[in-house]
Design a protein around this ligand. Structure first.
Ligand SMILES: *Cc1c(COP(=O)(O)O)cnc(C)c1O
Length: 445
């Protein structure tokens, strides 16, 4: 007799983006019109040839087994150094934590922002979503989880599935037992450490009360608000985590979009972070790898949580990955190396800047018609207040019906997102311009 993991039944709603897709398809069928999509954060611009040529060469190398030949030899510049990646022959399973040369390039990538890590602390993966969902599995089920509200839904949903949450409360929009760190206009969409949160512990000694949280998810720049945490703000979390042997899971998928040099691009820019923080990041938004798939996580050897010695948590993540995952594709890892080469970085940053120009177009267009917006200066999302703070899903329908534009209801990212809406800057320029024009012309305010 097989039963299911009943925690799935606790999930309050279907995953946000399929629901948006469903409503959009239904509307398109009903009207025969095509929606303009600024909803999902999905990259749209063609990749640089520096990357695609490397993907192709890495693929041909598997067949020919006689050298790593770029189709376009002009791309074989000194700084690409692809031969050093040792992908010049047929290869099967690779190093479990990822291609060593790629991990060395990641070390250099971090050195550029003054962060010194060891290549053995990196784990290359098929993306940041998987890592940010899977990482909880190496921690105890009794841990109290704190999340930003609003936040990327994966942190909450994966902890609900794992069993770290109680029932969903329709009134508050929150799960019992999860701690929501409010991010609103008053605090600049920046969370505070939930030091005073109390919970009950039931054990052989009876019921006792305890204070604080154990696993803290931070995303900076945050999806959906675009808010970037300052060094001082992250320091508060790091100090708390070290004092209480809590762990911070830091998602930096949008680090490359930060324009303000005073803002940290990695949590390891903050003193003490290596003792308490895991960083997860991705090639998806930086290099257009949303379909190609590559990301990485960093579990420093210095990291400790309650009852562990340095290296132990790192070892657990290695054990987890070796058991459940067989490594990122060797072809894709070659593409990732190309994305980190000097030429590759230039090409990727050009695309990042392109999307950020889109963000400016969207932000200015919305502001022109009097809509209140946040963000869009250090991350590719515009977070807007709905007119008269109307319900986020009602605004989704109104925007679609009046302007044909699809966005993302803020309430899908947590209860504090109610009355807000997210527009994504990922799109072809003409589509973004058309969508903004349509909002200006057709939205009835
Ligand atoms: C897009 C996104 C990711 C997903 O990254 P993949 O590497 O494509 O899995 C992770 N975190 C946040 C906050 C994102 O917005």
């Amino acid at each position: 007799m097989a039963t299911i993991n009943r925690n799935y039944k606790r999930l309050a709603a279907g995953y946000l983006f399929p629901e948006i897709g469903r409503r959009t398809d239904e509307w398109e069928k009903k009207t025969g019109l095509k929606a303009m999509k600024l909803g999902i954060g999905n990259t749209t611009e063609p990749m640089s040839e520096i990357i695609t040529d490397t993907l192709a060469a890495a693929s041909y190398a598997l067949a020919e087994g006689n050298g790593f030949k770029l189709k376009n030899p002009e791309l074989e510049t000194e700084d690409i150094l692809l031969r050093d990646a040792k992908l010049d022959n047929y290869t099967g399973y690779g190093a479990e934590q990822g291609n060593e040369f790629l991990r060395e390039q990641l070390v250099k990538f971090y050195l550029n922002i003054g962060v010194k890590l060891d290549s053995t602390e990196f784990f290359v993966s098929d993306g940041a979503k998987c890592d940010s969902g899977n990482i909880q599995s190496i921690f105890g089920l009794e841990n109290i989880v704190a999340v930003q509200d609003p936040a990327y839904p994966v942190y909450v949903d994966t902890n609900v599935i794992a069993g770290r949450a109680g029932l969903f409360d329709n009134e508050t929009g929150q799960y019992d037992g999860l701690v929501y760190m409010l991010c609103n206009e008053e605090n600049g969409f920046m969370p505070s450490v939930p030091k005073d949160y109390t919970s009950e512990v039931i054990d052989g000694m009876g019921i006792s009360e305890r204070k604080g949280v154990d696993m803290i998810y931070l995303c900076s720049p945050n999806n959906p608000t675009s808010a970037v945490m300052t060094k001082d703000k992250i320091q508060e979390f790091v100090d708390y985590a070290r004092e209480n042997k809590a762990v911070i899971i830091f998602d930096s998928a949008y680090a490359a979009f930060i324009k303000d040099d005073n803002l940290p691009r990695s949590i390891y820019e903050i003193p003490g972070a290596k003792e308490c923080a895991i960083e997860i990041s991705s090639f998806s938004k930086y290099a257009g790898f949303t379909g190609v798939r590559a990301g990485w996580s960093i579990v420093p050897k210095d990291l400790v949580v309650e009852g562990t010695v340095p290296g132990e948590v790192h070892g657990l993540w290695n054990r987890r990955q070796c058991t459940f995952f067989n490594g990122a594709s060797n072809i894709v890892q070659a593409g990732a190396i190309a994305a980190l080469s000097n030429e590759g970085q230039k090409a990727c940053m050009k695309q990042v800047n392109f999307y950020m120009d889109n963000a400016k177009i969207i932000r200015e267009g919305l502001n022109e018609v009097g809509l209140k917006t946040f963000g869009g200066d250090n991350a590719p999302y515009i977070w807007m207040q709905t007119p008269n703070k109307m319900d986020s899903w009602n605004f989704f329908d109104k925007l679609l019906e009046e302007t044909r534009v699809v966005g993302t209801p803020g309430s899908g990212f947590g209860p504090s997102g109610q009355g807000y809406f997210r527009l994504s800057a990922f799109g072809h320029r003409e589509n973004v311009e058309q969508a903004v024009q349509s909002i200006k012309d057709n939205l009835r305010l």
